[in-house]
Structure formats: structure tokens, C-alpha cells
Design a protein around this ligand. Structure first.
Ligand SMILES: [Zn+2]
Length: 170
């Protein structure tokens, strides 16, 4: 078997290799916070809402409690989205973004949902004020992606960096 990088580029071309590739990825320090990485389509598939990857359960889920290991779902889109160019771009989303969320959900879910008993309020908040949602915890994950790039741990493509800035609303 070739390098992880080689396998990544093969998996981009060949969907049959994607689970094999994902099984080879070392989540590093995020590993303890993630139950497993799953490849597949979102349950309710809508292309306009589809993100490359997601954490399950989502932050306002009743399942979230300290010490709960989330799953990271990798959607097919992660292998053909325009701004995910290199293996480091891919790992940036998987480990530095989704893994970052998983750690926060594991350690301090109440920080995410503000009040674990106000799930309905959390959902309402999310739907009425996207900026608030972003500020609460999305930007922390985006900052972490940029930080890992800044310290030289990842080398992100300019398309990826542009996408992060766009998502941060800057
Ligand atoms: Zn996120």
C-alpha cells in the first residue's frame, strides 16, 4: 500500500477506496473524542445544505453530555468539493475542524448548547440567528484550522483558506 497521500488521491477518483482511506487516517489528539469516522450520504440528503463533513450528534442533541464520543460523518462531497484540494485540506476539516467540535462536545457540551435543558431554545436560536450560531462555536473551529496552518502543521491550499475566511464571514 502506498502513502496516505497517494491513497487519498486514489479515493478521490474511486469511491470504493474511501472507507479504506478513512480507516488509515490517524485522528491524532482528537482520537479520544471520536467514536468513529463514517463515510456516507447524509440521512436527509439535500445538496444545497450538504456540508463535506459533520459531527453526529449535532450540538443541540439530547445525546450530548460530557464524555460522549461523537461520530464524524464524511459525506461524498468531501472528496470532490472544489476547495478541498489536498490531503492537508481534507485533514484540516476532519481533524482540526470536526475533531475540534467533537472535543468541545465531549468536554463541555453545555458550552455549546448554552443550557443542555434548553434544546428547543437552542434550535430556535440557530434558525433565527445564523451569525450567533457561527460566533458561538463555528468560528472557534475555523480559527483552529487557520492556527494549525499558521504553525506549519498543515499546509492548506489557498482555495481552502479562502473558504474558511468566507465561512467566518470575514
Ligand atoms: Zn463546524
Amino acid at each position: 500500500m502506498g502513502s496516505l497521500k497517494q491513497l487519498y488521491y486514489e479515493a478521490k477518483e474511486n469511491p470504493r477506496l474511501r472507507r479504506t482511506f478513512l480507516a488509515q487516517v490517524d485522528l491524532q489528539e482528537r482520537g479520544p473524542y471520536v467514536r468513529k469516522v463514517v463515510y456516507g450520504l447524509p440521512q436527509t440528503y439535500r445538496t444545497d445544505e450538504c456540508t463535506p463533513m459533520a459531527v453526529d450528534p449535532h450540538p443541540f442533541s439530547e445525546e450530548n453530555c460530557p464524555g460522549y464520543q461523537a461520530k464524524i460523518i464524511v459525506h461524498p462531497l468531501a472528496f470532490y468539493e472544489d476547495y478541498i484540494v489536498t490531503l492537508d485540506d481534507f485533514l484540516s476539516i476532519l481533524i482540526d475542524h470536526e475533531g475540534f467540535h467533537a472535543r468541545e462536545y465531549f468536554l463541555t457540551p453545555q458550552k455549546i448548547s448554552l443550557n443542555a435543558f434548553c434544546l428547543e431554545e437552542g434550535r430556535a436560536l440557530m434558525s433565527v440567528d445564523r451569525h450567533y450560531w457561527r460566533d458561538v462555536f463555528e468560528n472557534r473551529a475555523y480559527h483552529n484550522q487557520l492556527e494549525q496552518h499558521r504553525i506549519g502543521r498543515r499546509k492548506l491550499s489557498s482555495a481552502m483558506i479562502d473558504s474558511i475566511h468566507e465561512n467566518m464571514g470575514s
